[in-house]
Design a protein around this ligand. Structure first.
Ligand code: PLP
Length: 495
């Protein structure tokens, strides 16, 4: 079966999977969606005997139908290797009756590695398949996690260069150190004198700059995106939900066909959308529990059917979920609108012009599988402390938001269905918030002292990603004004 992709805002544009990956975003501003969600063509008893890599192939081949078997397998091999510190790639750990699906065993110890380890390979393969001769230049604006994961993924990947812009004073010390020590001849990191929004706007302007596009093409370059709206990031994320179900089955924790719930700490809505796609492929998922921090725009949306981004932006201890426009929600809106691009485009236009839209009752019925709630800063910290005291297992702040929301869900519903929580970051990435949650007296220590302390109390080895930056040399020192971003890009590329 051949799956084609079309824009959520214009059904008439159909492209292949590899073309969708190359483009990232459709020209009309919409996101690419598959024209149907394929049903898994292997049984769970077969899947329960598969490795992560084999599962990845079984799932991804059904979406990326214009990739050959050899192409896809070679991408998977290159992505899910010893960069991960466990052969299982995404282990399930049980604590206090909940299964935590640890998605942070990759190079940068956040779940972004699950997709950004493979995206560079999918992208370069897609370029070859479509006779793209140009070198691909990945432009990324980051508030911390995506930048490092994209740098690690694209470092020394032939035929690509990557340029990351981050707000010079807007990321954590560990996040900055991770980025400015990045190795790789093809990597560039720039601290801008501005905030994340300005970095993001600057990058978007370069994408839309036709003169720049022409100049780049003359020098053999073209831009692409490693942002979470790329379908090449969404498809690899479906894999681990299939894998989690198969592992539960293999371990005898569930019966074949038994439903599970999934809880996802959510920001841009990419990770939970992947779980929704997995459910539509046939994974027996009952509830998709969407967990927000104090930026609870999604909770309000699930409650009322009204999406309203006009509100104060909160800075929380789970910064990767501090977001008011969840880009990937558009793919769900499109679907519950009956795959109606026109209807979806009208709502998205309202979001741009007024910052708000409201769905119909009919569309609301399409959300019945979702449950939304949120956790306050205090509830998040309390959840880290309580679980640690009870079991010795230490959650990062993002995963703790999910665990706290799951407790609320259980208290409200009494639902006893077995539940998987997507564990999206290592606690070592947000050490200070995590250690302060456990005991406020830790706050006087330095970041690396805290990592040592965390390692002791959790009985977990300090991840390589942290050890590396302790002594790593700073390799990137470029800073610039927001207005100079384009000049910096041209300088890097000798254009
Ligand atoms: C990006 C991120 C999230 C949010 O994931 P979305 O796909 O954007 O919803 C949650 N936790 C961590 C640690 C992240 O880096």
């Amino acid at each position: 079966m051949n799956i084609m992709y079309s824009s959520t805002r214009d059904a008439s544009r159909k492209v292949t999977a590899s073309q969708a990956i190359l483009k990232g975003l459709s020209e009309d501003g919409g996101l690419f969606v598959p024209d149907q969600i394929p049903v898994l063509d292997v049984s769970f008893s077969e899947l329960s005997n598969m490795t992560y890599q084999e599962t990845a192939y079984a799932v991804m081949k059904q979406f990326l139908t214009d990739f050959t078997q050899e192409e896809l397998k070679s991408c998977i091999r290159a992505a899910y290797d010893s960069k991960f510190d466990t052969e299982e790639i995404a282990p399930l750990v049980q604590a206090d009756g909940v299964y935590y699906l640890e998605l942070f065993h990759g190079a940068t110890i956040a779940f972004k590695d699950m997709a950004l380890s493979i995206l560079p390979h999918l992208l370069t393969t897609a370029a070859k398949k479509n006779q793209v001769q140009n070198e691909i230049v990945i432009l990324t604006a980051t508030s911390g996690d995506t930048g490092k994961a994209a740098l690690a993924g694209f470092a020394d990947v032939k035929g690509t260069k990557i340029i990351v812009f981050y707000p010079k004073n807007g990321v954590s010390p560990i996040q900055e150190k991770q980025m400015i020590t990045q190795k790789g001849e093809n990597t560039h990191v720039v601290g801008i004198h501005g905030n994340f929004d300005e970095a993001q706007t600057g990058v978007k302007q370069m994408f839309a700059d036709q003169e720049l596009e022409k100049e780049l093409a003359e020098h053999g370059y073209q831009f692409s995106s490693a942002n979470s709206i790329n379908i090449g990031r969404l498809v690899p994320q479906i894999v681990y939900y299939v894998y989690a179900y198969a592992r539960l089955l293999a371990k005898g924790e569930i019966q074949d066909g038994e439903s599970i719930n999934v809880v996802v700490p959510t920001g841009n809505f990419g990770n939970i959308l992947a779980a929704y796609y997995a459910k539509n492929m046939g994974v027996p998922i009952a509830k998709l529990i969407c967990a927000s921090n104090e930026n609870k725009v999604l909770y309000d949306f699930f409650e009322t059917g009204k999406y309203d981004k006009n509100r104060e932006f909160m800075l929380t201890s789970s910064p990767s979920m501090d977001i008011l426009i969840s880009s990937n929600l558009e793919r769900l809106i499109y679907r519950i609108a009956g795959n109606d691009a026109q209807k979806n485009a009208a709502l998205m236009k309202q979001l741009t012009s007024e910052g708000v839209y409201e769905i119909t009752d009919e569309m609301k019925a399409g959300l019945k599988d979702f449950y939304g709630n949120y956790a306050s800063e205090q509830e998040t910290a309390g959840t880290i402390r309580e679980l640690y005291k009870k079991t010795g297992y230490v959650l990062d702040t993002h995963t703790a938001v999910a665990a706290a929301v799951y407790q609320k869900y259980q208290a409200q519903t009494g639902d006893q269905t077995k539940t998987v929580v997507a564990s999206t970051a290592s606690p070592f990435k947000f050490t200070r918030s995590v250690m302060n949650a456990i005991d406020e007296s830790y706050d006087s220590k330095s970041d690396f002292e805290l990592a040592d302390e965390l390692s002791k109390i959790a009985n977990v080895k300090i991840p390589k990603a942290i050890e590396e930056i302790r002594t790593a040399q700073v390799l990137h020192q470029t800073e610039c004004e927001v207005s100079e971003m384009k000049d910096v890009v041209k300088r890097f590329l000798h254009v």
